[in-house]
Design a protein around this ligand. Sequence first.
Ligand code: AMP
Length: 216
Amino acid sequence: MNIILLGPPGAGKGTQAQRLQADLGMVQLSTGDMLRAAVASGSELGKQAKGLMDAGQLVPDALIVGLIKDRIAQPDCAKGFILDGFPRTEAQAVALDKMLAEGGLKLDRVVEMEVDEKALTERVVGRFTCAKCGTGYHDSFKRPKVDGVCDVCGSKDFTRRKDDNAETMKTRMTAYRAQTEPLLPYYRARGVLKTVDGMAAMDEVYRQIRAVLAGA
Ligand code: AMP
């Protein structure tokens, strides 16, 4: 099964994608994570993307489409994939349709994570990640069981994203409204769009997503 998780920054796409990956063996394809890895490695792509990401703006479609096209062609994606953070523009959605058709692949579901915009900045500004295993945490909503120690791997090293601040969130939300939200009618018209309540507790959001996928 191949799906898209669609929603604004802070909707919980990454958290839910990680859980689907662990339980169903689907592969999480996060364009944000791929770009952050490119920035960290100092690659040409990373250099081109860094300034835009730090400012909360989208990177050019051609860069992202190339990244996803290469990734989808890798053998592990045959198990099914979860697109997290892609597509974000209509041009990316059209490019996705084309690459799926060329690969003989199908898009089974687009899951919209519906959230109250007012909650998003608090969610985003408080989040941090284990630098070693990538487990996500939050200052208010999901602290490690022992302060400063990752529950999963025991590492004491955590990172915060540079773009997870209130100022950059304004730009990211503007980009979402202008460029990504129009994808909702795009996918609704194809009959693949389902909506879950992204404001519910994490376990309940996950339950709703699994219910939506069971019906696919
Ligand atoms: P995310 O981790 O999904 O919040 O993405 C972080 C940043 O990476 C975004 O603010 C954009 O600058 C960039 N980015 C990630 N995915 C895309 C995409 N599909 N199209 C354009 N830019 C993207």
